[in-house]
Design a protein around this ligand. Sequence first.
Ligand SMILES: O=c1ccc(O)c[nH]1
Length: 346
Amino acid sequence: MAVSDYQLIQAWNQVLDLSGVQAGQMVSILTSSSTHPQTLATAKIALAGLGANMVQIDLPPINAELSLSRDVLAYLGTTPLTGNPAAIAALKASDLVLDLMTLLFSPEQHEILQSGTKILLAAEPPEVLVRLVPTLEDRDRVLQAAKILEGAKLMRAVSDAGTDLHLPLGQYPVMKEYGFVDEPGRWDHWPSGFILTWPNEGGAQGKIVLDRGDILLPMKSYVADPIEMTVENGFVTRIEGGLDADLLNEYMASFDDPDAYAMSHIGWGLQPRAYWSTLGLYDKEQTLGMDARAYAGNFLFSLGPNNEVGGSRATPCHIDIPLRQCTVTVDDKTVVRRGVVCKEGS
Ligand SMILES: O=c1ccc(O)c[nH]1
């Protein structure tokens, strides 16, 4: 429901403070046609109140003729920044980029981060931003989980529905999403609150069963009939089930890209203020579904790109699938038991 400008300015103040924004620092606001006007207007007021130096870079939307979905997280890789050296130069010259457009998983994002610039993505609607405004406790929770995941050799996910997934680790770094950018060169997403990494190339093996009620993104649907995925040597080789499986198969086949079936990021949700049920309360185009990705106790796996962590796969097809009721272990620690986050990875 509607958020007052005052409330959203307060939320921006909290996020910018946690992100260490100082008076005089250079902040670029990256926008496009999908940018929410209230999010933009209140960001500018909060930045002015901090005495930050700001510029807005507005870019035309792209990929409309290529993407079957209007969701900005559905079709990745090329972005309105691709091939725009003037805009990239401005962002690299900034201390912080507020990405109200969505650069996720793009080569340009890497280039900008490597210059030391921080990037904070904020594309959910104002009421979700306000409800899930990040806190230091959110960061602590994610950093605790990162301590367990960093250096680990194996993640496993099992469920009564039949999931039994073996995910060797070590090749890729851990990504911590807690909603603000407190170090140079860091990317984060407000709202979030989850931990992720990638399985070793070709290492993921086993079976994933999407049970009734599990979520498909960007479809933004709750699975009605179970979908069974076979994972062999890091790729999903079979997707079987009923109508949901048929819909997913057609959508993924439309990319005509074998990399779309590669295992992408894996991890679990840690955000207590996010809910599995929220997705059902929004029109599909009103949210990216970050509640679904972040709710505490999900096992979130993804298909498609791994360029985010230096891999070679930049497929535009990106599917995020948070599962309920899974038990997730990292080496000998249980981090989620039947959909409930364990304290300290007991
Ligand atoms: O914040 C995000 C959003 C989508 C995704 O796949 C990962 N992290």
